[in-house]
Design a protein around this ligand. Structure first.
Ligand SMILES: [Ca+2]
Length: 177
């Protein structure tokens, strides 16, 4: 059992040198916004995302209502999915890349996102798909997926730096800024 004080001394200041275990401890301390040593379901989802996982809404609903650090880290270890490799993602895109030009039709992608979303309860709305279209810099009806690959692979790495930005839940443990 790991117990936390609000400024755990076990957490190294050089976060880029963190081992996974240290990163997990640090993520837990940040997610435990009231510093009582346990996280709720929503905080658990943040914790998993900080460690590079991407749980679906359906998976989040199955997480325990509360969890201490040992439970959370054990769950992470037993359920973690290896990041998709760039090659694998590229092959998925190639299914739609009928002419092998490195581009796919956006409407095919949008359709796929909708079908995929309904299976995992991460439903993409029309607005979200429009937003994605903007982000992907789609010109006309096709987009070059090569540019997307880097981004998709990067977002699956543990968020060693990103976890320090303002998108994180704020607790008394945010001593790292
Ligand atoms: Ca708590």
């Amino acid at each position: 059992m790991v117990s936390f004080r609000c400024a755990p001394s076990t957490i190294p200041t050089d976060v880029l040198q963190c081992s996974l275990e240290q990163e997990a401890l640090r993520a837990f301390a940040i997610c435990d916004t009231d510093c009582d040593g346990s996280i709720n379901q929503q905080e658990f989802a943040f914790f998993l995302r900080a460690l590079g996982q991407n749980p679906t809404n359906a998976e989040v609903k199955l997480l325990p209502e509360t969890a201490d650090y040992d439970t959370a880290f054990k769950h992470y270890n037993e359920n973690k999915k290896e990041p998709e490799t760039e090659d694998h993602i590229r092959q998925l895109f190639k299914v739609w890349d009928k002419n092998n030009h490195g581009t796919i039709e956006f409407k095919d992608l949008a359709q796929c996102l909708k079908i995929f979303g309904s299976a995992t309860e991460d439903n993409f709305t029309e607005e979200e798909i429009e937003h994605l279209k903007k982000e992907a810099d789609v010109q006309g009806d096709t987009f070059e997926y090569g540019k997307f690959l880097d981004l998709m692979v990067k977002t699956q790495e543990p968020h060693l730096v990103a976890s320090l930005d303002d998108s994180w839940p704020k607790g008394a443990a945010t001593v790292y800024k």
